[in-house]
Design a protein around this ligand. Structure first.
Ligand code: SAH
Length: 395
């Protein structure tokens, strides 16, 4: 008899689980045997009493997120094996040993078989972000496992879950160190230096997911006048400068982000007059910029966090992109992104298509971009594909 409560599914509702989809929707549940509170570990069975998996329960439409399809004991050894497998992947794709890069995502939720958990590694500090109470409750166990797997590479673990746990959960999380202590730190991505402040910054402190796309941008930047809209810490701006841009304007509505960008530019290109940063709203800034830029990056925050906001979000992408496509110089290149999980690749492409039609210009797609290998997409969980980008040439 398992010590965990047992969730039994309705007849026929086990199909997706047998194809390794890790989510159990509340409507698929026939009954629960035993007490269950948010975040508790439960075992899941089909209606014919066949074992399906083990996972964390939650209040909401996704009632269980499975972290194993085998009947295992979720102890330290088990979590160590999860981290080890994630680390192996990063090692195999050359991220860990890559010269000039010491920041990567170690755990990308379902993509690494750990639904509800994000871990970013910043030059010795692991920043943990729990999106479920289940992962948050076991944070000390996870910290132990991380220490054991990362060994001397790990100097500190910071838990930054206060804002990411479901707001209805009856817990009072506080951000803080689970191990060691390291204030904001300098990290390096492809030779570019950044100050990352996980305590104050957005998300875990830095957008690790744009690494490959920044690199691609640098290849297109030589001699160009560049606008980096929604710059945050300035990632795309340095890539453009590194690639030999003629001029780079970074824009963000947050004054703090502009301050960060300026600091980071100074760190990498001291005294370089090619760069200027502006604290401004994107739509205002783009009102009247006719023919000023050859290369524009649009990397806005998620316009839609929920399915019911999809229509509005698509309108937002359309408006934003039409401004850029109408005004970019002839022969210009636009790097445009969406990080909304509910916006599919097709949705996004259609929004850019509509924006292109408004501009009435001849526009060709050069690249279709996604997230890098340290943000893997579990093939059985296509919902994990959230970052979409298009690079288009505007005649
Ligand atoms: N491109 C960045 C990440 C962008 S995150 C990188 O590579 O790291 C989105 C950014 O958009 C945030 O910094 C946020 O402050 C900014 N933002 C949100 N709304 C905005 C608006 N209306 N105008 C300009 N910037 C905005």
């Amino acid at each position: 008899m398992s010590k965990f409560s047992k969730v039994v599914l309705k007849k026929g509702k086990e199909e997706s689980i047998r194809r390794f989809h890790p989510w159990i929707f509340s409507g698929a549940i026939d009954r629960i045997e035993g007490p269950v509170e948010e975040g508790d570990i439960v075992t899941v069975y089909a209606s014919d009493d066949r074992f399906l998996g083990i996972g964390h329960s939650a209040i909401g439409s996704i009632a269980v997120r499975l972290f194993s399809f085998q009947d295992i004991e979720p102890d330290l050894k088990f979590w160590c094996s999860k981290f080890q497998s994630a680390l192996d992947l990063r090692q195999r794709i050359g991220l860990i040993t890559r010269k000039k890069t010491n920041v990567f995502r170690l755990i990308h939720g379902e993509g690494d078989g750990m639904p509800g958990l994000i871990v970013d590694f910043y030059n010795g500090t692991a920043v943990i972000q729990a999106h479920t109470v289940g992962m948050w409750i076991i944070r000390d166990l996870l910290a132990e496992a991380l220490k054991s797997v990362l060994g001397v590479r790990l100097k500190a673990i910071y838990d930054k879950s206060a804002k990411t746990l479901p707001f209805k959960a009856a817990v009072e999380p506080k951000d803080g160190y689970l191990f060691g202590k390291q204030g904001k730190t300098e990290v390096m991505e492809d030779g570019n230096r950044f100050i990352v402040d996980w305590e104050e910054g957005q998300k875990t402190g830095f957008f690790v997911d744009q690494r490959e796309n920044r690199k691609l941008l640098s290849e297109y930047a030589a001699g160009k006048d560049v606008l980096n809209m929604f710059c945050y810490t300035g990632g795309f701006s340095f890539s453009a400068m590194q690639g030999g841009a003629n001029l780079v304007h970074s824009v963000d509505s947050s004054a703090k982000a502009i301050e960060l960008t300026n600091k980071n530019v100074e760190l990498n290109f001291p005294g370089d007059k090619r760069h200027e940063a502006f604290a401004a709203d994107a739509f205002d800034f783009m009102k009247d910029m006719n023919n000023k830029y050859d290369l524009i990056i649009l990397d806005p925050p998620a316009f839609a966090k929920h399915k019911n906001a999809l229509g509005q979000a698509l309108q937002g992408y359309k408006r934003l992109n039409s401004r850029a496509l109408q005004q970019i110089r002839p022969g210009g290149i636009l790097f445009t992104f969406s990080c909304s999980q509910v916006v599919s690749k097709t949705n996004f492409r259609e929004a850019i298509f509509s924006a292109a039609a408004i501009s009435k210009r001849n526009i060709r797609i050069l690249h279709q971009l996604s997230q890098p290998g340290d943000h893997p997409i579990n093939i059985y969980h296509p919902e994990g594909e959230y970052l979409k980008g298009l690079v288009v040439y505007v005649e």
